[in-house]
Ligand binder design. Structure first.
Ligand code: ADP
Length: 397
């Protein structure tokens, strides 16, 4: 059932107000009246109306001024001006200012009903047009979201294909070694084959570990529990674990820390960040080279970097090294084991805290990876897209 239209008559002449009420009420319209513009505006603020019959010549606020105020309250309201013979010219001006029509005094009930019905029809049509425009915009928005989702879906499928492909290689190799041993073809190489199969199992586990970590980091709905962590201490501990690896490779490995920077974070994230960057430095730097991990604080930012004198990264490769599974030709040549997931994990960690990561590299000369992290977890919130970084007041301080 359609809702009854509501009409407000603003006129200082009682005869006009009552005439309008008598003429329009029998049509099923709700009619309210006000004898000044100020009272009319008050009613408009308190209640909603479809149409206003507005006298142009009233003591106090004029109809012309009231028209502007009415439009401020409700831009869609239909205003019909009631005008005397002497004010027709002014009434025409109100049309230019957005009034729908005018009716000249004296008028008959039929004149009134005609203009009011036309006005209400006009309002119905303009509201309907607006509704359709909104639906159209929503449909466009939905179409855009659908395209976005399809893209994400395609990315996910591509990602799954790559994962399957990457997992197949070590499993096929392990099966190959075991097959040779089982079929009795291993002879004197049996021990070596078992060692190879064992090594490939380790690589497989590394990849699964990194995949799980990355999936966990990408799950933005989970809360990141933070407490005050000494970034310097995490760096020293990580460096301690990786030092032997660097020395075995004949590399100089140095750690430079300025101050005792602390930040609100999940300690595991910081450990992973340093581990991935330092172990890359060690992996991609040939014997005799140098790897330096450094840390300092700039304003309320933690700035960490890992520099090496290694193989470097070609300019074309730089935008791709943070993509899952991407490995440069140079890295593959070095026959160093890698999953191609270390830097994507680094990027996810840095983004979780609202930080940044940059690379500078010169092929054949070396690379420097620099990250910044805001000391307060608060700063990372906007970039979490649904996830939450929550501080733990017990640990903080
Ligand atoms: P990976 O497990 O292969 O090391 P990452 O995601 O950590 O995977 O790195 C991606 C690629 O970026 C590496 O395969 C390598 O090609 C390049 N890369 C990363 N760090 C360095 C570095 N310090 N020097 C040269 N190349 C690097």
């Amino acid at each position: 059932m359609e809702e009854e239209a509501s009409i407000l008559v603003i006129d200082d002449e009682r005869g006009i107000r009552e005439g309008c009420r008598r003429g329009l009420t029998p049509l099923g319209y709700r009619v309210e009246v006000a004898d000044t513009a100020a009272k009319g505006l008050r009613k408009l603020r308190e209640d909603s109306f479809d149409l206003v019959l507005l006298d142009l010549m009233m003591p106090g606020m004029s109809g012309m001024e009231a028209l502007g105020r009415i439009q401020e309250i409700d831009a869609d309201i239909v205003v019909v001006i009631i005008t005397g013979y002497a004010t027709v010219e002014a009434a025409v001006k109100t049309i230019k200012k957005g009034a729908y029509d005018f009716i000249s005094k004296p008028f008959t009930a039929d004149d009134l009903i005609l203009v009011v019905n036309q006005g209400l029809e006009h309002r119905r049509l303009s509201l309907e047009t607006k509704r359709l425009q909104t639906i159209e915009e929503e449909a466009k928005e939905l179409a855009r979201a659908k395209v976005e989702l399809e893209k994400l879906d395609a990315m996910k499928s591509r990602f799954m294909l790559t994962v399957a492909h990457e997992l197949r290689a070590p499993i096929a190799a392990i099966q190959g070694y075991l097959g040779l041993i089982l079929d009795g073809y291993a002879d004197d190489d049996e021990q070596e084959m078992i060692e190879n199969a064992h090594r490939r199992c380790g690589e497989l586990l590394d990849m699964i570990h990194d995949l799980l970590l990355l999936a966990h980091m990408k799950e933005k709905t989970t809360e990141v529990k933070t407490r005050a962590v000494s970034v310097a201490q995490v760096l020293e501990e990580t460096a301690g674990l990786l030092r032997t690896q660097a020395e075995q490779k004949g590399l100089t490995f140095e750690v430079e820390v300025a101050g005792q920077p602390e930040m609100l974070a999940d300690e595991e994230h910081l450990r992973q960040l340093w581990t991935n960057l330092i172990s890359n430095g060690i992996k991609y730097t040939p014997r005799g080279g140098r790897v330096v991990a450094s840390l300092h604080q700039r304003d309320s930012q933690i700035v960490g970097s890992v520099s090496d004198t290694g193989v470097g990264i070609a300019a074309d490769d730089i935008p791709r090294i943070f993509d899952e599974f991407y490995r440069t030709a140079k890295a593959k040549e070095m026959e160093e084991h890698g999953t191609g997931l270390g830097l994507p994990i680094v990027r996810e960690i840095v983004e979780t805290y609202g930080g940044t990561i940059d690379v500078e590299s010169e092929p054949g000369q070396g690379s420097t990876f620099t990250f910044t992290l805001p000391q307060s977890a608060e700063s990372g919130k906007e970039t979490l897209q649904g996830g939450k970084v929550v501080g733990n007041s017990e640990g903080a301080g």
